[in-house]
Design a protein. Structure first.
Ligand SMILES: [Zn+2]
Length: 270
């Protein structure tokens, strides 16, 4: 069943990949080169809505699909559906230069491909879209669709991450806060567990306790991008109730609205 689902996700993704601008090995090499020398900041931070280049990154790849939900659906599919909607919403609100980024291949090399694509495309903002799980030790078992499956209903909510190593850390933090405030206005709550010892190596410093922005310095896609960069964990798919919400058009719309409203606010201030 798991295998079948990944095959389906793979098929969907390859159709999508054939119709999208796609990172090449050359771009990955540029990313590695820029990684060696450290990221050079992109030049300006003016915001002209039609020209402002937002790269909406679909977290993970069809081959390396990230977390598995409580009902055994791969994170990549959740990320793809939501990121596609966010991209469409931003374009419909005048951010015409917004681009959806889908990457293939294995996990680690795909991170450098993403950075390469964003830097080559002279992105102004890199927004990586993910869905959350929990450390393995917190997993419990249940039966779903006749198969032993894993879940944890202990935590729920979205969270935002930024890196101090990003050359536009202050702008990244400002953007993450704006998105967090808008998500809060949509009635959504953030995942507060990242400060807890139980999170082990996933434990993070909370930079904004009102709207759930955490610091994640070493993350490749946040630290190696030359543009401002924010990672959004849109919600937990290992939580059985929230997984259902993350599949609902209402939740998709709320998140996309929040991102678009935050971007409008950001650009109005420039
Ligand atoms: Zn992820």
């Amino acid at each position: 069943m798991r295998h079948l689902r990944s095959v389906i996700v793979g098929l969907v993704a390859s159709i999508v990949l054939s119709s999208l601008a796609f990172v090449t090995a050359g771009e990955a090499a540029i990313a590695r080169k820029s990684a060696r020398h450290g990221p050079k900041p992109s030049p300006s931070f003016k915001c002209e809505t039609p020209k402002f280049r937002i790269v909406v990154d679909v977290g993970h790849t069809p081959d390396s699909y990230g977390a598995l939900s409580a009902r055994n659906d791969p994170e990549f599919g959740f990320n793809f559906r939501l990121a596609r909607l966010i991209t469409a919403k931003l374009k419909s609100e005048g951010f015409a230069a917004t681009r959806l980024l889908v990457t293939d291949g294995k996990a680690r090399p795909s991170l450098f491909k993403r950075v390469g694509a964003a830097n080559e495309g002279r992105a102004d903002l890199f927004l990586s879209v993910h869905h959350d799980s929990v450390p393995d030790k917190l997993l419990e078992t249940w039966e779903f669709d006749g198969a032993k499956s894993y879940f944890s209903d202990r935590f729920s909510g979205h969270s935002l991450f930024v890196s101090r190593q990003n050359p536009h850390f202050a702008t990244s933090l400002m953007l993450a806060r704006m998105i967090g405030r808008q998500l809060k206005q949509q009635g959504l709550h953030y995942a507060s567990q990242y400060t807890l010892p139980v999170m082990g190596r996933y434990r993070r410093q909370l930079l904004d306790k009102d709207v759930g922005v955490y610091r994640y310095d070493s993350l490749v896609v946040l630290s190696r991008t030359r543009s401002a960069a924010v990672l959004l964990e849109a919600g937990s798919i290992i939580n059985r109730d929230e997984e259902m919400e993350m599949n609902s058009p209402e939740r998709h719309e709320a998140v996309a609205q929040a991102v678009a409203a935050a971007m409008r606010e950001f650009c109005e201030k420039r």
